[in-house]
Ligand binder design. Structure first.
Ligand SMILES: Nc1ncnc2c1ncn2[C@@H]1O[C@H](COP(=O)(O)OP(=O)(O)O)[C@@H](O)[C@H]1O
Ligand SMILES: [Mg+2]
Length: 326
């Protein structure tokens, strides 16, 4: 029997940036030994959540092959993403893994009608040039996001709302029939009233079109609503990972608990109405030895200041914390 590879494997992935100069030069581990995997044939919405600066975008760029890990590896269907994007399988990889970014107004050139982007994607990756077939492919993708072709034809980005334009950029991503979409803060510039409609779209893509979504956010409300599994990041580390109903309802890691308690809302449907924000960004948390959360942890022990905590499996999840280490 041929080996069945996972759709995506992230194995101990680390990215170190060198910041500052001269005596101030320092190595910042923007992502440190991150690991998780998405199974083939079991589409899910996997959320990476954490406050600004915790390493979400850096990890997303490594999954997309846009940044090379300093250590560890990202495998797509068993093959190194770095090899895929540098080799002749690049187009195939780009078809299967698509990205949606935060600001749709930056995705599209303001001076170009948006339909030209979609047609170009269809020609380059799907239809090989035919105009009629390209239009059909674009119309089909737009149909999936609930927008008709006539609405985008010859229209410029400024003629749309942020929510509409984000739907159009998701349609562009769908043209190549990807198995994975990486959506980096896709609703943070979208009106509150339209956020859920974009989130619902991800659910439909997963349930009806077998698309996996890595949803990146600092907004726990949408994360709770949309995710199957969630990974909580703090200062470059995944500190807790598991089914969203476990991690956000019965958090184990002190950081996840602090996040939960920082949203004083008794109604469970509104539980996650807040954004993740603990305090200002502090570089020295990245630099500290031991647990990165030790400086703020209400349950800190001596060992936390000294030793990096191991990732411990508990029930259906994982927690990186000395409280649970044996
Ligand atoms: N190209 C870079 N050079 C140096 N530092 C960077 C670079 N990109 C990101 N960083 C730093 O890495 C950390 C994580 O950044 P990022 O991945 O953008 O976080 P997030 O997306 O969670 O807000 C931050 O401290 C950021 O300043
Ligand atoms: Mg980011």
């Amino acid at each position: 029997m041929p080996t069945r590879h996972k759709l995506l494997s992230i194995n101990d992935v680390t990215k170190v940036f060198t910041i500052g100069g001269g005596f101030q030069r320092a190595r910042l581990k923007a992502v440190e030994k991150a690991s998780f995997a998405l199974e083939e044939g079991k589409p899910e919405i996997f959320t990476l959540a954490g406050e600004s600066g915790c390493g979400k975008t850096t990890l997303a760029k490594m999954i997309l092959g846009l940044l090379e890990p300093t250590d560890g590896e990202v495998l797509h269907s068993g093959r190194s993403v770095q090899d895929l994007v540098k080799g002749d399988q690049r187009d195939d990889f780009n078809k299967k893994v698509q990205a949606v970014f935060q600001n749709p107004f930056e995705t599209f050139n303001p001076l170009r009608p948006v339909d030209t982007y979609l047609l170009e994607t269809a020609r380059n990756y799907v239809t090989g040039g035919s105009n009629g077939a390209s239009k059909n492919a674009v119309a089909e993708a737009l149909d999936l996001v609930g927008i008709s072709y006539s609405l985008v034809e010859d229209r410029y980005p400024h003629e749309f709302s942020g929510g509409q334009l984000q739907r159009i950029s998701i349609a562009r991503a769908l043209i190549t029939a990807p198995s994975l979409i990486i959506a980096d803060e896709p609703v943070s510039m979208v009106d509150a009233s339209l956020k859920m409609s974009v989130c619902n779209l991800f659910k439909v893509l997963k349930e009806e079109h077998q698309v996996n979504v890595i949803y990146i956010t600092h907004d726990l409300a949408t994360a709770y609503y949309v995710s199957d599994r969630i990974a909580i990041m703090f200062r470059g580390n995944i500190v807790e990972l598991g089914p969203v109903n476990t991690v956000l309802v019965e958090p184990k890691h002190p950081y996840t608990r602090v996040l939960k308690d920082s949203v004083p809302e008794p109604d469970p449907s509104n539980k996650w109405s807040g954004r993740i924000k603990l305090s200002g960004f502090e570089e020295r948390d990245f630099m500290r030895k031991g647990c990165k959360f030790a400086g703020r942890c209400p349950e800190v022990k001596a060992i936390c200041e000294e030793e990096d905590p191991p990732m411990v499996a508990i029930g259906s999840g994982m927690v990186k914390c000395h409280l649970y280490a044996r």
